[in-house]
Design a protein around this ligand. Structure first.
Ligand SMILES: [Zn+2]
Length: 256
């Protein structure tokens, strides 16, 4: 599975480790710096505790009784990907937002899926949802959640932490496309067009926007972003799985 890791993740990870180590050493030497590190950690633990407390208190946890099909898919993927133990998965109603994320609190991993993404599974989009779950499990497998905290000082180097984050996203797309190739293109198109319209998107035309939508501002907006631009992610998974670009007519006829 090591071959699925994007080469840029390794480069930006190493750079972030070097920068963070130097900053930690500087803080330790100044002694008072350690106080700020401890304070920052305390604030982070409280904020994360509040977030996870709210989610666990209000959201639906999938289980053998609750959405058993998706529970089985998650268990199966976690086994194949050697993610042990399988993280708890919660469905969050988020007013139509399309998102999913992996998170961690006090040593436990969680996958949070917004209900509009989860609905895919019940709209013939089971593979797309499985791709998204595999992507989130990859974040856990690669320990991105732990490193995000440890490498926090890297934010002091402009654009480094977002570049590392984007490389991690490419890695997780690769894991997702490796384990659920049939859901990869659709799983990403959902993020661009929504849970219904995605089946009608001409993915070849969307992918060609990598060449047509260029220039300073497109580049500048992306270097601040934690996620790569969607047409680039779609191009990367299509090249990985060797799929032909899907045109709108075939997409409508066959689904994705
Ligand atoms: Zn991700």
């Amino acid at each position: 599975m090591e071959s699925l890791v994007h080469e840029k993740e390794k480069i930006y990870f190493t750079s972030s480790v070097v920068v963070s180590a130097l900053i930690y050493i500087g803080l330790a030497v100044s002694v008072v710096g350690l106080f700020y590190v401890a304070l920052g950690l305390l604030v982070a633990v409280v904020a994360q505790g509040m977030l996870m407390g709210g989610i666990r208190g209000n959201s639906i946890r999938i289980s053998p009784q609750q959405f058993p099909e998706i529970y089985a898919i998650t268990e199966g993927l976690a086994q194949k990907m050697s993610v042990v133990p399988t993280p708890d998965v919660y469905i969050v109603q988020a007013g139509g937002l399309l998102n999913a994320f992996a998170t961690r609190f006090l040593g436990r991993n969680f996958v949070i899926i917004y209900s509009d993404v989860f609905e895919l599974a019940y709209r013939k989009g089971e593979s797309e949802l499985a791709f998204i779950i595999a992507h989130e499990l990859a974040h856990i497998k690669r320990k991105h959640l732990i490193w995000r905290i440890v490498l926090m000082p890297a934010v002091f180097i402009p654009y480094l932490s977002t570049a590392y984050s984007r490389a991690c996203e490419y890695t997780c797309d690769r894991f997702g496309a490796h384990f659920v190739p049939q859901g990869a293109m659709g799983g990403l198109l959902v993020l661009a067009a929504g849970k219904k319209l995605y089946q009608h998107v001409d993915s070849a035309a969307f992918e060609s926007q990598v060449q047509s939508e260029t220039g300073f501002w497109v580049w500048y907006a992306e270097i601040f972003s934690t996620h790569p631009n969607l047409p680039k992610r779609i191009q990367a998974v299509r090249q990985q799985i060797g799929a032909a670009p899907v045109t709108s007519s075939s997409a409508t006829a066959a689904g994705i």
